[in-house]
Ligand binder design. Sequence first.
Ligand SMILES: [Mg+2]
Length: 405
Amino acid sequence: MRGDGSQVLAHVDMDAFYASVERLDRPQLAGAPIIVGGGKRGVVSAASYEARRFGVRSAMPMFEARSRCPQGVFLPVRMERYQQVSRRVMEVLAGFTPLLEPVSVDEAYLDLTGTERLWGPPPAAGRAIKEAMRRTVGLTCSVGIAPVRFLAKIASDRDKPDGLTVVEDLETFLATVSLKEVPGVGARARERLGQMGLGRLVELRELGPERLERIMGVFGRRLWELSWGRDPSGVSPEREVKSVSNETTLEADTGDREELEARLLGLSQKVARRLRAKGLCGRTVTLKLKHRDHRLVTRSATLARPTDAAGEIYAAARELLAAYGAPGPFRLIGVGLSHLGAAGQGQAELFGAAKAGRNRALDRAEDAIVARFGEKAITRGAQIAPPLAGLDQDAPKGHNKKEPK
Ligand SMILES: [Mg+2]
């Protein structure tokens, strides 16, 4: 299992998830063809493997499913319940590695690189995941393990349900992959490539990246890389996090600028700490205000460079508050950061490096205090005391105000 850079990536996919949860909750349905769906769209959302034997598939109209499988057990979608079980599924997976990327309610990627000492080689790790899932949640899943992400996904689909496929040799496995299995290759592209006599992924190598790009558009070049088993996308645990924000409902509605600014500082510090804890930086600062009559307004500004520093977030939020101008009173105030990326990409390098360094030192000191004494130690201080020295003097340089829709 040594492909590119010796990564060990797993894709875990729960089997017929909604239908399996229904069976979990109603053991008397064991062995019955279960079909979950209906609602406004009137289509099948999930079908148990027993129902699939009758030709029932997801996205099929319910009336067709009923005619194909009259003896089926038809159940409505209970999304809340599935999400509840999904959280337990992800908890089980998180026990194997912190590098976990949920991609849907019943699917996740795991980076198992370097976990051999804990879980053994890939086949043993895969069995351990399946066993933990069965024991803890009571459901089966299918696992694919490969040195690259897209092959882990293809592998997990090879042996469903209750499957385990480990890609031991990249080249051998690649030779078996049909274009139909490759995510992103649609029916029309397949038809086009099929007319050229191409049906397997490795056969695309001979076309070369330029021709593939002409046929497939921008995806062509990536597809050519995939045909060689190269896929730079690893597992990004924070992919789901699109923004980090904190807000607070005021004890009494207020339009008092000083009080609002003190709140903003406390909120900015919380947001910054959460960003740093996740190793993220963000570029767009959003101020959220709720008027007494519950009218909600947001104002955003995009900074010249990403930040995880409370002082920069606060300065931008304070400027937004001043620019909004309405006197209030307000019942709620919030600060958020979006356009997130991994920390260490360009913050504090361009200008004011010394100042940024000082603020960062301050932020780190805060992180340490919070770690020891809890959030209250900082937040309360910030809201009573005047803003921390050095945090309130600089307006953010070079940001553009932008109104969100
Ligand atoms: Mg699934």
